[in-house]
Design a protein around this ligand. Structure first.
Ligand code: PMP
Length: 447
């Protein structure tokens, strides 16, 4: 078959899959149609949208999700890594329920926040003092604000194309239309030479470098050489190095910084560390964080009505100290490493452009022959590639049909209840998809 014929076959396969999806999920379709009347796109969180409409979830337990039409799915998305504990973990839920029963909006310190701070400082040696926020976005905004306040004569922050640090700190396609204003210097992720030069040329004007040690978008790990270069250059030029470990903190007991042995000046956290309730945190060297001490006459104020809300504090504390033990952390990340290798092997065995990237329990699937090195503009073109988008959609609908939930872009975050059998079942579904579509994939995915 010619490429044009394969492209037509792809369009026809996708149309058939969408029609089957619609007939299988009438109640989710109706729920979406109702929401469309009151919310733009029927949606209040863009990443959760996919065509023709997203499934509506009604129940969840362990790593199983139930949709409005009664279908059950293995949850491989794990709420973009915030669902580490799985659904309704009894220890975490018990702690949240007890806290709620004892009173919610207390308007003062509670018994959980100091203990959660202690547990976080114990896990992450680079975090000597920590503050809580309501989201990872807010944690990054506060960390940046603190660094800028401490270096008022430096107006720039170095970030990386492909990076994501929150709704208003979105650099996946460069500096986005909703990116918070001000002073961004945009580097190329994993480009050691280019970034070193950029930093040296602008050193006196750079207050901070904000970087994910693994790009969450696509699960592209930062190389040790790249991250070490950032550490060295920041130290040499008095620049604050901020690791955004909102997503990656789960990859060892002390995050990716612990795995790589690199100590940032500040770290931002979020996701599962609130036990499934809204959460963010930023922390690091005492010499920086102590400026937030309200006992100082010259302190900077850090506000937030719900920073210490008892749901996040109690749930986060129970989860981190009683559930996400070092043994549980190792088991889950080993499971992810094994699954990634298995998926890579399946793609290779069928000779199709299919890759799995990531570290430990975070996995990115790609219909591509290569995702390294990361060139942001190449990534951007690839992201706009209509054929690849159609393949991703076809794959996603096929996985849903087989009972596996992951993101449309192929992002997966395994949760603690995930078993080796779940991974085997998913591998079999991927294998079947690649077998069924191998000719089409080889034809429509560019080399
Ligand atoms: N940083 C990273 C690396 C993230 O993955 C996210 C969320 N996906 C954020 C920051 C923002 O966190 P939140 O959604 O809690 O604001």
């Amino acid at each position: 078959m010619s490429v044009a014929a394969e492209e037509q076959a792809l369009a026809a396969a996708l149309a058939a899959a969408e029609a089957a999806y619609l007939s299988k999920h009438p109640q989710s379709a109706a729920r979406h149609a109702h929401a469309l009347r009151f919310m733009p796109g029927g949606n209040t969180r863009s990443v959760l949208h996919y065509a023709p409409f997203p499934l509506t979830w009604t129940r969840a337990a362990g790593n199983r999700l139930t949709d409005l039409d009664g279908g059950e799915y293995v949850d491989l998305l794990g709420e973009y890594s915030a669902g580490l504990y799985g659904h309704s973990n009894p220890v975490v839920n018990g702690a949240i329920k007890a806290a709620v029963d004892a009173g919610t909006v207390l308007g003062g310190p509670n018994v959980f926040e100091g203990r959660l701070a202690e547990a976080i400082c114990a896990r992450f040696p680079s975090i000597e003092l920590v503050r809580f926020t309501n989201s990872g976005t807010e944690a990054n905004l506060m960390a940046l604000a603190l660094c800028r306040a401490l270096a008022p004569d430096r107006s720039l922050v170095l970030v990386f194309a492909g990076g994501y640090h929150g709704g208003v700190l979105d650099f996946r396609n460069g500096i986005g239309p909703l990116t918070a204003p001000g002073g961004w210097l945009l580097g190329t992720y994993n480009d050691v030479q280019g970034t070193r030069t950029l930093l040296r040329e602008n050193a006196a004007r750079v207050a901070a470098v904000l970087v994910e040690p693994m790009l969450g978008g696509g699960c592209i790990p930062g190389t040790v050489a790249f991250l070490e270069m950032l550490r060295n250059e920041c130290s040499a030029h008095g620049i604050a190095l901020i690791f955004d470990e909102v997503m990656t903190s789960r990859l060892s007991t002390s995050g990716l910084q612990g795995l790589h042995g690199i100590r940032p000046d500040l770290t931002t956290l979020g996701k599962y560390l609130g036990g499934g309730a809204s959460f963010g945190a930023f922390g690091g060297r005492a010499e920086r964080m102590q400026w937030l001490d309200p006992g100082r006459a010259d302190s900077f104020a850090h506000a937030g009505t719900f920073n210490n809300n008892v749901m996040s504090m109690a749930g986060g504390l129970a989860g981190l100290t009683e559930v996400f033990t070092p043994a549980a952390c190792s088991r889950l990340n080993a499971l992810g490493d094994h699954l990634r290798e298995r998926l890579i092997g399946i793609g290779r065995a069928h000779g199709v452009p299919f890759l799995a990237t990531g570290v430990g329990s975070l996995i990115g699937l790609h219909f591509a022959r290569s995702v390294f090195p990361v060139d942001p503009l190449a990534r951007r073109c690839a992201a706009l590639d209509a054929q690849r988008r159609s393949v991703e959609a076809l794959f996603h609908l096929a996985m849903l049909d087989s009972g596996f939930y992951l993101s449309r872009r192929g992002y997966m975050a395994l949760s603690l209840p995930t078993t080796a059998d779940d991974c085997e079942g998913f591998s079999a579904a991927v294998d079947a998809f690649l077998v069924d579509h191998r000719l089409l994939l080889r034809a429509v995915i560019p080399g």
